[in-house]
Design a protein around this ligand. Structure first.
Ligand SMILES: C=CC1=C(C)c2cc3[nH]c(cc4nc(cc5[nH]c(cc1n2)c(C)c5CCC(=O)O)C(CCC(=O)O)=C4C)c(C)c3C=C
Ligand code: FE2
Length: 488
């Protein structure tokens, strides 16, 4: 990192490895991925690449698709604009023969599986707060400037980070002087490693944070050093947003496309996993447990509070975040109903920053309204993130709790973040195992020049076909008559 706190611009050198063939493919495994376009760019200027991506799913979403509604009127499953594939088939077993590859010198080498966990990162000390904020605001997926103004990104990031730092520092000071994110993510990584081992898969787990240590760039350097032969990318965000998973994938895309070894490395990306049965059930377990702490559990309003995004992300750039969030909450509520809990529930968005409109309704406004409407017992459920962090520990536990109590809510509870809940960690390990057979390298997809050739060819075909069609039409009796009658 440089003196201003900017994150390192890591350039990864080309590798000598030529992993020209990979064999044998899984035999008893049903591939879980579909070929689909992944946007690593901002979706409004997509240069999508053919890459194998996995949307981790299972019977839960199939059931929901069948129900065919939306959160209020029942959800509808959509293929989202960032090219996400839904409804993967279940894995039926792990191929005992799928354990090696042949390098260019025809030596059989052992498969080395890596799992890259992507996360946001957080300042570990109060001195880290301003440079962390700089990294966050310098991200074009966080502050999306129109193209002619993009040169202002870094000066603007510097300005906003300096202006916001005192308020953020206060928040971090109130939760012990720094973000707990690194520690929790380390523990989750250990948990996933152990869960994978218990399922017969040895894997190296890497943590790639977007805005603080250990940066994604560092994790990728380590993946290269360790000569990983297959990589599963698992963002620790249940729902996809351009501002979170999308931003991290863009970093990966930039690094991978410039590096010979990485562009040949078979990789599977789990873009979102909010609909996995294991995750939904783990959330329902936690909610059910907290409901029982109230004197009258059936009277408690379940209040889902998700981190917001600016409205333009959803409305203009096609961020699937809101749809996925609503679907996720629908599934959790279905699970609770199946367990006999019929509580009222609502969803609101928290943590807005800056003057623009964010996803509504806003958490603070809804809390006040609910208090005024006479809701007396409320259980807050953080739903967009799986670790405790500043927005659960400070914003929800302190600010929103105080606001709720002032507004007339008498009984307040909060569901803890999933953290290392064992059913949840096991489910993430399953998601990795299911994704593994679909790993595919960037270089096996069409190259840019092939794409350009293809584009030129299709352009030429269209031109020729169009000219012939125009010629035929012009010579057609009707057109000739129309010309004669001066209708054009
Ligand atoms: C799904 C989760 C998140 C989304 C979506 C998201 C979008 C988003 N965030 C900001 C601005 C800030 N986020 C900050 C902290 C922060 N954000 C998330 C998660 C999501 N952000 C987490 C988990 C954290 C906390 C990390 C930690 O240290 O514990 C901050 C810094 C804290 C603060 O000053 O409030 C900012 C700023 C934007 C602008 C945005 C979408 C465009
Ligand atoms: Fe955020």
């Amino acid at each position: 990192m440089d003196a201003t706190g900017a994150l390192p611009q890591t350039k990864l050198s080309a590798s000598n490895h030529d992993f020209s063939r990979s064999f044998p493919r899984a035999r008893s495994v049903v591939s879980v991925a579909r070929r689909s376009s992944v946007a690593f760019q901002q979706p409004d200027k997509l240069r999508s690449r053919e890459l194998l991506v996995v949307s981790s799913s299972n019977s839960a979403n199939k059931g929901m698709a069948a129900s065919g509604g939306s959160y209020l009127s029942g959800p509808v499953l959509k293929r989202n604009p960032v090219g996400q594939a839904f409804f993967a088939a279940p894995v039926v077993g792990v191929d005992p023969y799928c354990e090696g590859f042949v390098d260019s010198h025809l030596h059989v080498t052992e498969e080395k599986v890596g799992v890259l966990l992507l996360n946001l990162g957080g300042p570990e000390t109060l001195n880290d707060v301003q440079p962390f904020l700089y990294n966050l605001f310098a991200d074009p997926d966080i502050i999306r400037l129109p193209r002619p103004f993009q040169f202002l990104q870094k000066p603007l990031a510097q300005l906003i980070s300096v202006l916001r730092a005192p308020k953020s520092k206060e928040g971090y000071a109130s939760i012990g002087g720094g973000s707990p994110l690194r520690k929790i993510t380390d523990e989750q990584a250990d948990g996933i490693k152990m869960a994978l081992e218990s399922k017969g898969l040895t894997a190296n787990i890497y943590i790639g944070m977007r805005y603080w240590y250990p940066f994604t760039e560092e994790a990728i350097l380590q993946i290269k050093k360790d000569k990983i032969t297959k990589l599963v990318v698992l963002p620790l965000y249940p729902q996809f947003s351009i501002s979170t998973t999308g931003s991290s994938l863009r970093v990966l895309q930039n690094i991978f496309s410039e590096d010979a070894y990485l562009s040949r490395l078979p990789i599977a990306i789990i873009q979102s996993w909010y609909q996995r049965e294991g995750y939904i059930k783990s959330m329902a377990d936690l909610i059910g447990g907290e409901l029982q702490k109230f004197a009258k559990p059936e009277e408690v309003m379940i209040f889902f509070s998700a981190h917001g995004v600016p409205l333009t992300y959803v409305e203009d750039a096609g961020d699937p975040y809101k749809d996925q969030m609503e679907e996720c909450i629908y599934l959790i509520m279905q699970e609770l109903k199946a367990r006999g809990s019929y509580n009222d529930h609502t969803l609101a968005y928290q943590s807005r920053v800056g003057p623009v409109q964010w996803l509504k309704p806003y958490t603070d406004e809804v809390l006040v309204e609910l208090g005024q409407k006479g809701v007396k017992s409320l259980l807050a459920v953080p739903v967009s993130f799986v670790s405790e962090h500043i927005e659960t520990l400070e914003e929800i536990d302190m600010e929103y709790k105080e606001l709720a109590l002032e507004s007339g809510i008498e009984n307040w509870g909060r569901v803890p973040a999933l953290g290392c809940t064992s059913s949840f960690i096991t489910d993430l390990a399953d998601a990795v195992i299911e994704a593994l057979p679909s790993a595919k390298s960037l270089s096996t997809t069409r190259s840019t020049s092939e794409e350009a050739d293809h584009d030129f060819l299709s352009y030429a075909i269209k031109m020729i076909f169009g000219s012939v069609l125009a010629f035929v039409l012009l010579l057609s009796p009707k057109v000739i008559t129309a010309f004669r009658n001066r209708l054009f």
